[in-house]
Design a protein around this ligand. Structure first.
Ligand SMILES: Nc1ncnc2c1ncn2[C@@H]1O[C@H](COP(=O)(O)OP(=O)(O)OP(=O)(O)O)[C@@H](O)[C@H]1O
Ligand SMILES: [Mg+2]
Length: 234
């Protein structure tokens, strides 16, 4: 579904990704793990068009993503839940969800999508008129994921959805990821909670200093000494 081939990217003269090659198949959940500053967020940004890579290729269902204008990438079925959520704090929950349905095709299905998101998150329905800035951390994450789902994506990019949440809420976020993918959505997820993310994804890539250092099935990575020592603290 999604293919990245030798993608290099950075900021100014600083290079953050050194030729990243990865793929995500339809229906899969794939994880990206790695230390702070490894380039995980940069990877998500190049996929969703927030930044343009220096070189390399990205395709979504055979379509050249880099040939599209950044605002059109969402129309290819890619939705991004950014790091730190980036909600509009002074808009209500519903106002935020509406911002996720800005494309013409999404606007046409707005009522349907709103119902879908409210079914997935009854809490958001209860709080539809509350200002997003006053939601709890876990609720804000639901709102951010809900906003991304408003565009009816095929591929959901999740950048550290569990960051800053209490352990019990982290658990709920991972359950949610499982629910989303069992609904047929393809997921690419960045996480620092390595142990937990490897329990919900099929495969994962280990990114270190802008390079893919390892990749494989979740069970393989959970058993690998490199991952165990550096990321699982065992
Ligand atoms: N807007 C920016 N301008 C300059 N450098 C940046 C910018 N954003 C990120 N970087 C740098 O690029 C590198 C990769 O950052 P990135 O945010 O992709 O890492 P990350 O793996 O997501 O880290 P974290 O786990 O802390 O979120 C870092 O060295 C970072 O300082
Ligand atoms: Mg990051």
């Amino acid at each position: 579904m999604l293919k990245l081939d030798a993608v290099a990217a950075g900021y100014g003269t600083f290079q953050a990704l050194f030729g990243t090659t990865l793929d995500v198949n339809a229906g899969e959940a794939v994880g990206v793990i790695g230390p702070n500053g490894a380039g995980k967020t940069t990877l998500m940004r190049v996929i969703s068009g927030m930044i343009r890579p220096w070189s390399g290729a990205i395709s979504m269902e055979g379509v050249d993503v880099l040939a599209e204008a950044p605002h059109r990438i969402i129309e290819l079925g890619i939705a991004h839940v950014p790091e730190n959520r980036r909600l509009f704090p002074r808009l209500t929950v519903e106002g935020n969800l509406r911002m996720g349905a800005f494309t013409p095709s999404a606007r046409a299905k707005f009522a349907h999508r709103l119902e879908f998101v409210f079914d997935l998150f009854p809490r958001m329905k209860e709080r539809r008129n509350q200002l997003a800035g006053t939601l709890s951390g876990g609720e804000q994450q639901m709102c951010a994921i809900g906003r991304a789902l408003m565009s009816d994506p095929k591929l959901l990019l999740l950048d550290e959805p569990s960051a800053g949440l209490a352990p019990v809420v982290v658990q709920q976020v991972f359950e949610l990821v499982q629910r989303i993918r069992s609904g047929g959505l393809t997921v690419l997820i960045v996480e620092q909670n390595v142990q937990q993310v490897l329990r919900v994804v099929d495969r994962a890539y280990l990114l270190e200093a802008g390079n893919i250092r390892a990749s494989g099935a979740s069970a393989e990575l959970l058993a690998s000494d490199t991952i165990k020592q550096a990321y699982l603290g065992v």
